[in-house]
Design a protein around this ligand. Structure first.
Ligand SMILES: [Zn+2]
Length: 246
């Protein structure tokens, strides 16, 4: 491949810079959720614990309400049967009704015990949630600050990523497909797939370029690829006095 250096070198370098930056931006963006979680560590764990407690409290309240309804119903049932006792004629029926009443009362006792246990649990949970809320309040300021910083960083990186991705096709248009193919191949292996050649040596891999190739490159000032590392290479002119002044 022999391609004009003047025309393609700058777009290639720009493409390489852009791709490197894009890669970095994507990597940094991908790391943000993890950083967010790491910086939130304690705070998020406390939040999650609080949520768990509040869910349990809700369940306990619901169970208690249901049991209270049942206790009321069964209490009425007992009253009805107790009233009925006066009208009973036979001893057998009387005993049977007493037995039923005792059974219902026993069932109600179990419900009342459960209600007491739930009330105790709710009280304990309330104490724990108060404690958790106070710990969360202590840590919240620090976490929100870091969270805000990370979000700002994320927004800036996303914006930059969109810009870079938007600019890339414009640079690609300026380069021939054969050169792009070579660029992509070298890019897969190296951060910078373009290297200068000085005194016959590829500055990418520090190996000698075959003299014939080097001579042709000097003559035509074109872009080739290094036979050793396959980077795109160009001849770097010896520093002139004029360049030194700049
Ligand atoms: Zn090389």
């Amino acid at each position: 491949m022999s391609l004009d250096k003047k025309q393609y070198l700058e777009p290639l370098r720009e493409l390489s810079r852009l791709d490197n930056r894009l890669q970095q931006v994507r990597r940094e963006l991908a790391a943000i959720p993890e950083q967010m979680e790491a910086s939130g560590g304690d705070y998020l764990a406390l939040q999650s614990a609080l949520q768990g407690k509040e869910t349990r409290l809700g369940e306990a309240e619901k169970e208690k309400k249901k049991l209270e309804g049942e206790v009321k119903e069964l209490g009425e049932e007992v009253q009805t049967r107790e009233k009925r006792l006066y009208a009973i004629k036979t001893q057998k029926e009387y005993q049977a009704t007493l037995k039923e009443i005792a059974k219902i009362k026993q069932e109600n006792k179990q419900r009342e015990d459960r209600i007491l246990a739930l009330m105790e649990e709710a009280e304990n949970i309330s104490k724990e949630t108060t404690q958790l809320k106070s710990e969360i309040a202590d840590k919240e300021g620090g976490y929100r600050k870091i969270e805000g910083e990370l979000k700002t960083k994320e927004e800036a990186l996303t914006k930059e990523k969109t810009e870079l991705e938007g600019r890339r096709p414009q640079i690609l248009e300026a380069l021939p497909p054969a050169m792009l193919k070579q660029y992509d191949q070298a890019k897969q292996r190296f951060g910078n797939p373009i290297a200068g050649v000085k005194k016959g040596i590829c500055l990418g891999c520090n190996m000698n370029i075959p003299p014939q190739v080097y001579n042709e490159m000097l003559k035509h000032a074109d872009l080739r690829h290094c036979p050793n590392c396959h980077r795109l290479i160009y001849v770097e002119l010896e520093t002139t006095i004029q360049e030194n002044r700049i």
